[in-house]
Write a protein that binds this ligand. Sequence first.
Ligand code: KAL
Length: 257
Amino acid sequence: MNLSLENRTYVIMGVANKRSIAWGIAQSLSKAGARLIFTYAGERLEKNVRELAETLERSDSLVLPCDITNDDEIKSTFEKIKGEVGVIHGLAHCIAFANTDELKGEYLNTTRDGFLLAHNISSYSLTAVAKEARGLMIEGGSIVTLTYLGGERVLQNYNVMGVAKASLDASVKYLASDLGKDGIRVNAISAGPIRTLAAKGIGDFNSILKQIEEKSPLRRTTTPEEVGDTALFLMSDLSRGITGETIHVDSGYSILG
Ligand code: KAL
């Protein structure tokens, strides 16, 4: 048993640019020899993802559109993947969204539409893609999603996204229970705050990062590479006994009261 992902194929959903956690995961899996298939949401991001994929050692990456709010599109994306590679060995789900104006002030003001939107994109999408990916993981597999501490406890401004992450965390457990008999593991990585495109425009992000630097056991913020290497472990056979779990990759911040 080792960390090698030679002769294996993984789907990475949610690369936006080179700062994306999904890109950190892609690089770690690629270095371990994996073949990668990227999906992106919206034409705006296609060029970024294609350019990044071209920088990888292997030149056989695929880049496909997939709007995870559309069941037909998810189905056809996985049909395309099946046609191209036949079998996949894992999937990284790195997708979340909530309306910016609901990521400040009181959670109480969340609208029904904003609540449903955040849950649809950030939580249900994992279940929707797991359902289609299952049929391609005929040799067993590993599904990894990204969560955040704000789903476990109240963090200022995280609001509806925290409620959506709590839903995602519960989904990880129920999916792990369903898919275990097929040799498919489902786990989450709870990453510390990282300056990504999704985090851009969030007020006070600097002071959040500063607090992590000052207070976390490791006295530094989390990098996409650290998350990527934990994803590599979760995708590899070294983690074969782990499912339904959340691993915090956050410099130890979550142990603090
Ligand atoms: C407590 C923290 C402070 C910030 C509060 C909320 C952060 C929510 C994350 C969520 C994914 C952000 C958005 O959905 C932003 C969106 O409204 C606008 N941005 C975009 O549309 C960009 C262009 C695209 C790329 O973004 C998305 N999401 O598609 C949480 C911090 C400390 C940690 C973070 C950032 C956690 C997390 O969940 O990302």
